[in-house]
Design a protein around this ligand. Structure first.
Ligand code: ATP
Length: 209
């Protein structure tokens, strides 16, 4: 699972998803837009629009899936609930991975039921070139004894481990910068898939900052 606001989806998300799929030999990567992200402000566009952009961005990419399950639930979009639903779908033995960028990882101890996340899945942290800082003490406590050194060790069990991954194409792209550029009428070419850019421009999304 690679969850996010995807406001909008960009090539940093999509390239990370493809490389994650390869690096961990995953069957598939569920990209799950949050309907109501609990720890940040209201997204700029609706959940349905963000899902549409995600679908356009993924296109026919093998192994990637736009997963609407958080849009079908009421209330805040807790990842623990999403992982529980994936666990139910794939069964007790399946290896489940929750992947997230380093910036999101830094706040993991503040998430809803952080221990339950590890009971349900492994956590894989993706390096981001523009986000590098030390771990807060509550996070270090949560992670104690969970970190493993490589993919094989991680994937020997269905859940509970932590792996930090440096993917080959680390991209310094953020949705914040994409929104800023769109609001200023500047180019977003090559930051987003062409179909996502075309849809945003034709609907006039993110035009006013
Ligand atoms: P914003 O700038 O609005 O905070 P974002 O670009 O960080 O957005 P999110 O939708 O919040 O995008 O991110 C979803 C997940 O993808 C998070 O775990 C985030 O860390 C990760 N992510 C986002 N951009 C990148 C990137 N360029 N490389 C690797 N991971 C990324």
């Amino acid at each position: 699972m690679l969850g996010g606001t995807f406001d909008p989806v960009h090539l940093g998300h999509l390239r990370s998803a493809v490389e994650l799929h390869e690096a961990l030999s995953l069957d598939r990567v569920h990209m799950v837009p949050a309907a109501m992200p609990p720890l940040r402000g209201e997204p700029r566009i609706s959940p349905a629009e963000r899902l549409t952009l995600l679908r356009l961005g993924i296109g026919d990419t093998p192994g990637l899936l736009a997963d609407p399950r958080e849009l079908e639930r009421e209330g805040p979009s807790y990842s623990a609930d999403t992982l529980a639903s994936l666990r139910e779908q794939y069964g007790r033995e399946a290896r489940l991975v929750m992947a997230l960028g380093h910036d999101a990882f830094l706040r993991l101890a503040d998430w809803h039921e952080p221990e339950r996340l590890f009971a349900l899945a492994h956590v894989v942290v993706i390096d981001r070139p523009d986000h590098e800082s030390a771990l807060p003490p509550a996070l270090r406590e949560l992670l104690a004894g969970r970190e493993v050194g490589g993919v094989e060790t991680l994937m020997a069990r269905p859940a509970g481990g932590l792996l930090r991954l440096r993917l080959p194409s680390r991209m310094a792209i953020s949705a914040t910068e994409v929104r800023r550029r769109l609001a200023a009428g500047r180019s977003v070419r090559y930051l987003l898939p062409e179909a996502v850019e075309a849809h945003i421009l034709s609907r006039g999304l993110y035009r006013h900052g």
